[in-house]
Write a protein that binds this ligand. Structure first.
Ligand code: ADP
Ligand code: MG
Length: 1070
């Protein structure tokens, strides 16, 4: 294989609206670089690895993200996915599809909905994803696109193109008007397939023409029209089919499905075996094809695309005429010239095409040679006649096919001149290799070479452009460029086509073999060309003498030169051409009348026409954005679930998938506009979340640094970030996935908070409102109360002013209040003891009288209570005290101190009185006894004595002796001083001779003693309180005195004047 160093530039071959659109990876093995994960804890690391493994379980969705770019890894990934019916895998935005040979439930409306408007990266690979992205890119960028579907025959190209068309039909916006356009575009398919597809060994529904269909969209994205270009129909199939192959479907469909009436009109029998042109492959009827049903679809489709009765009948007229032509059998006359004995079939042809039968016969059996003066008819041999017949059949069928395409174009054409964008669908016959390969295979395979070349150019161009635009350095990558093979075929003057044309045009006996010789001369040492003659021994064994072999990019193909010249010339003799030009079948006449019959110049050969149409196609495609679908055949036997590894490896190789992958991975696996990158991954860095206000590039740089990207791991372009290894992206994506949940929780929390806040605010507002209302109500109440209070107070003030007046309406209330309040206050402040005379509340004027009454009542009550509480003993005591008070109060200085001291009944018990004394005075009843000090009358000596008071007399006792008995009758008076001393003087009457004289005593219990005496002897009035001095009669007629004075110490002594001097202390005045 010729490997050439190319430089890989950068891509913009893919539109920009994907998430993971630009995924390119280095060719060398990618080390597991998760450096930035160092930032994360080990647990997180494990989680991420786990996620990666999970992602890889059904293989990798995008080869770009494979660890290693070996063929084995690629095939193993394909196989892994295929085993799970995952037939689609990406290489960046290129879609690899493997024919599953079974219906998968992935093309329904639900699936379409899932993929509508969704990012490439987010869903499993699907043809809908590619279709959708092409569509949306076209809309946003308002430019033209095409989807190149390639792969060998039977790999699923046509199916893929149909799926895309269906997707657009369903997903694009629609109106009734547009629906009809859409239906027509969809329905053009079964018609074109009926006329242009056939069963081959490779594919039961193999496209035998190249098809490029533009779908036009207006600026709203409505599919508003379309246009179809067809390329080189394999006409040879009309007259000849290899074993195991069929003619174009329409023939079988007509014979099997056409109504009896139609068949009758067309002179056909319902038996494919009856027709020469249908039986050569010996497989007219195959179980995998239902011609009857297909016929119905075609009839229906013809109606949808506006074919009227006439057109339809003419169309089937042509089809039938071809079948009849095939059945025209020639005999020979003696000279070996062709003869026609049975003209039935010929008549049918003439009839159906509306031409003269004789002229037709002439055209089929004679060649018209025109000289200057005359026309000469030269008869054909049988072989020649058959050749002409077949040529005619091929020509009218081929022309009709072109007519059909034009008619369809008319119906789907959009006549509106406003600007439209298109998505082109290129479904061209795939690379094919048969046992015998002829001119058709040569053209088909050449076409595939051209498309491969286009693919290489676009891919590299796009790469270069992107790297240059972004100012990123590019790196060289090795891959096979098939330009050398294209040149071998098409180069001017030196290429195979030029040599073939030369042979076709040169005068003399040019044959297929002379063509081969010429090739050998010219291509002798070309590395991709070999013939029997040029080959070495080993290879020679595999080649026939009439073969040449091309080493295509997709593999070797050996072509048999037989028929090359004829097929390239594609000549139709003049007289046949003239004839069909005048055909009454409108289709045929239309097709052929356009040919310039008078032009003597030879028409361009088929190969050259094909070459220039491909050139045009290439130019047209180069001006559009490309999308690629690479279809792979899973096996040769159309078996479902069978993954033929060798076959797949071969396709992977020649389709250049490995090279494509390497180109894609060269440099940077991933690239993304700064805005998009930031938009997706900004939650991963606190500095960029939730908003990045600076330049997107700066934000991305920050993000990259935060994620710990190594400097070599990424590059900053002008508008995009380029990431070298897919693992880095995975890690970022995983982190994003993880963060998404956290974010969701955060957002949720925020939202909940927000809601709660709202709720709270509402409640607070409500509370405030209620509060306000409540306060208002309270305030109003308060106001009322105050107003009332003011009124009341006013009234009170007025009443207060008039409080002294008699009760009037003005003051009555106030007075009542005053009364009540006074009574209330009084209740709580009543004096509690009888003695308390001060606490009685001062009454208001109105209450003076009542207060006085109450006060008296209260005191009386208290007195009563007090009195009731007094015991008889206490009563007696008090009575005594009362007597004391009557005698001494205000007179004797020591009286106040005595009040608190209780009186005793006696101070000396009976047992303390001498028995003798007792026995002497018992009958007089002892009432009270007290110890006293008696002063002698002479000298005033002190003598302790007992003073005993009986009922009748007072006794002064000294132990057993009664010293003096003073009957009460003899007691004329008692004197005491007004001071604090305890001196008592008994004044005794003179009349009693027994009496000695007055008694002077000192008694500690003076008040008690004298009170007892006053009670017992009824001497209350006899007791006198004297100031200064008391006269004492010592003997009858002999008087002395007791003088009283006050001093520091109490004392008593005989003064110089002979009087008893008693000094008393003063009571302290409080
Ligand atoms: N996606 C698919 N799902 C199921 N079967 C498919 C799919 N693609 C292709 N096939 C089968 O393979 C056959 C050949 O596919 P086709 O598209 O006609 O091949 P190509 O156009 O490449 O020659 C189809 O008739 C169909 O039976
Ligand atoms: Mg096809």
């Amino acid at each position: 294989m010729h490997a050439k160093m190319l430089h890989v530039f950068c891509p913009s071959l893919l539109p920009l609206s994907f998430n993971l659109k630009y995924i390119y990876i280095f060719s060398e093995a990618v080390p597991l670089v998760l450096i930035w994960l160092k930032l994360l804890v080990a647990q997180v690391q494990l989680d991420m690895e786990g996620a990666l493994t999970a992602r890889d379980r059904v293989g990798i969705q995008d080869f770009v993200l494979l660890d290693e770019t070996t063929e084995a890894a690629v095939i193993s990934n394909l196989k892994k996915r295929f085993s799970k019916d995952l037939i689609y895998t990406y290489i960046g935005t290129l879609l690899v599809s493997i024919n599953p040979y079974k219906e998968l439930d992935i093309y329904n409306k639900k699936q379409m909905d899932i993929y509508m408007g969704v990012n490439f990266f987010e869903l499993p690979p699907h043809i809908y994803a590619l279709a959708d992205n092409a569509y949306h890119t076209m809309l946003t960028e308002f430019n033209n696109h095409f989807i190149l579907i390639s792969g060998e025959s039977g790999a699923g190209k046509t199916e893929a193109s149909k799926k895309i068309l269906q997707y657009y039909a369903v997903s694009c916006p629609s109106t009734t008007l547009l629906n009809t356009v859409r239906d027509k575009m969809l329905m053009s398919n079964p018609v074109l397939e009926a006329f242009g597809n056939a069963k081959t060994l490779k594919n039961d529904n193999s496209s035998r023409f190249g098809k490029y269909m533009d779908i036009q969209f207006d600026s709203q994205g409505d599919a508003v029209g379309g246009h179809i270009l067809n390329y080189l129909l394999e006409k040879s199939r009309v007259a000849h089919q290899n074993h195991g192959e069929r003619n174009f479907h329409i023939f079988y469909q007509l014979v099997e499905g056409g109504s009896d009436k139609l068949l009758q009109q067309l002179g056909l029998e319902r038996d494919c075996q009856h027709y020469n042109y249908l039986t050569q492959g010996e497989c007219a009827i195959v179980s995998s094809i239902n011609d009857k049903n297909d016929w119905k679809s075609v009839k229906n489709a013809l109606q949808v695309i506006n074919f009227d009765e006439e057109n339809t009948s003419h169309l089937f007229g042509v089809v039938a005429s071809v079948l009849h032509l095939g059945n025209v059998r020639f005999d020979t006359d003696g000279k070996g010239h062709a003869l026609l004995n049975d003209k039935t079939e010929l008549n049918w042809v003439a009839n159906l095409l509306g031409v003269d039968a004789n002229k037709l016969l002439e055209g089929l059996t004679f060649r018209k040679i025109e000289t200057k003066s005359e026309q000469v008819l030269s008869p054909f041999t049988i072989d020649h006649a058959i050749y002409v017949r077949d040529a005619m059949a091929k020509a009218i069928y081929g022309q009709t096919f072109t007519w059909l395409v034009n008619r369809i174009n008319e119906t789907i054409e959009n006549k509106d001149s406003s600007r439209k964008t298109v998505i082109g669908l290129l479904d061209i016959y795939g690379f094919e290799v048969f046992y015998v390969n002829s001119f058709e295979q040569f053209c088909i395979n050449y076409c595939n070479e051209k498309l491969q070349q286009l693919f290489i150019q676009l891919t590299l161009k796009a790469e270069q452009e992107e790297y240059e635009a972004e100012g990123i350095e590019w790196e060289p990558v090795q891959f096979f460029n098939n330009k050398i093979i294209c040149d071998l075929v098409e180069e001017k003057h030196r290429g195979i086509i030029s040599i073939l044309d030369e042979e076709c045009l040169r005068p003399g006996d040019a044959t297929d073999l002379t063509f081969l010789e010429r090739l050998e001369e010219k291509m002798g040492n070309h590395p991709h060309f070999v013939t029997h003659k040029l080959a070495d021994k080993m290879i020679r064994k595999t080649l026939e003498r009439g073969d040449f072999r091309l080493l295509h990019y997709a593999g070797e193909v050996t072509y048999c030169v037989v028929g090359f010249l004829d097929k390239n010339n594609d000549l139709l003799y003049r007289n046949i051409k003239d004839l069909v030009c005048r055909s009454k079948n409108a289709i045929v006449s239309e097709c052929f009348s356009s040919m310039d019959l008078d032009n003597k110049k030879r028409p361009e050969t088929v190969a050259t026409q094909f070459k220039s149409s491909l050139l045009k196609l290439t130019e047209m495609l180069m001006a559009k954005e490309a999308w690629y679908i690479r279809c792979l055949k899973s096996n040769e036997s159309k078996q479902q679930g069978h993954f033929d590894e060798a076959l797949i490896r071969h396709q992977v190789k020649y389709l250049g998938l490995m090279e494509h992958l390497r180109v894609r991975r060269a440099g940077f696996a991933y690239r993304r506009k700064y805005e998009d990158f930031l938009k997706r991954y900004k939650p991963l860095c606190p500095a960029t979340w939730p908003h990045w206000r600076g330049l997107p590039a700066d934000g991305v740089e920050l993000l990259a640094q935060h994620l710990g990207y190594l400097p070599d791991e990424y590059k900053m372009g002008r508008t995009k970030i380029f990431i070298r290894h897919p693992r880095t992206l995975y890690a970022t994506e995983d982190a994003y996935e993880k963060c998404k949940h956290e974010l969701a929780t955060r957002l949720q929390a925020k939202y909940k908070g927000y809601k709660a806040k709202g709720e709270f605010r509402k409640q607070k507002e409500a509370a405030t409102k209620i509060e306000t209302c409540w306060r208002g109500a309270q305030a109003r109440k308060e106001k009322e109360k105050r107003a009332w209070a003011v009124k009341v107070i006013k009234k009170f003030i007025k009443a207060y002013i008039n409080r002294g007046q008699l009760k009037t309406t003005d003051n009555s209330e106030y007075l009542a209040f005053v009364r009540q309040s006074y009574l209330n206050r009084l209740k709580n402040n009543l004096p509690v003891t009888v003695l308390d005379k001060t606490t009685w509340l001062t009454p208001p004027a109105v209450m003076t009288e009542a207060s006085e009454v109450l006060r008296k009542l209260h005191y009386r009550l208290m007195v009563r209570k007090y009195v009731r509480g007094i015991t008889p003993q206490r009563k007696a005591q008090l009575q005594l005290k009362f007597i004391t008070s009557c005698i001494f109060k205000g007179k004797k200085e020591s009286y106040p101190q005595s009040i608190a001291q209780p009186f005793a009944n006696t101070r000396i018990g009976d047992q303390e009185i001498n028995m003798r004394v007792l026995s002497m005075i018992r009958n007089e009843h002892i009432k009270y006894s007290v110890p006293v000090i008696k002063y002698d009358r002479n000298g005033f000596k002190l003598r302790p004595r007992q003073l005993i008071l009986t009922q009748t007399a007072a006794y002064v006792v000294d132990e057993a002796k009664i010293k003096q008995r003073v009957p009460y009758t003899s007691l004329k008076g008692v004197s005491v001083s007004n001071l604090t001393d305890g001196l008592i003087v008994f004044h005794i009457t003179r009349e009693d001779p027994k009496q000695k004289g007055d008694l002077i005593m000192q008694c500690e219990h003076l008040f008690e003693c004298l009170t007892q005496l006053s009670v017992i002897a009824n001497k209350q009035n006899a007791i006198k309180v004297v100031q200064g001095s008391i006269k004492v009669e010592i003997q009858p007629g002999k008087e002395t005195a007791v003088d009283f004075s006050t001093g520091q110490e109490p004392m008593a002594y005989k003064a110089k004047n002979g009087h008893l001097m008693v000094v008393a202390t003063r009571t302290r005045t409080r």
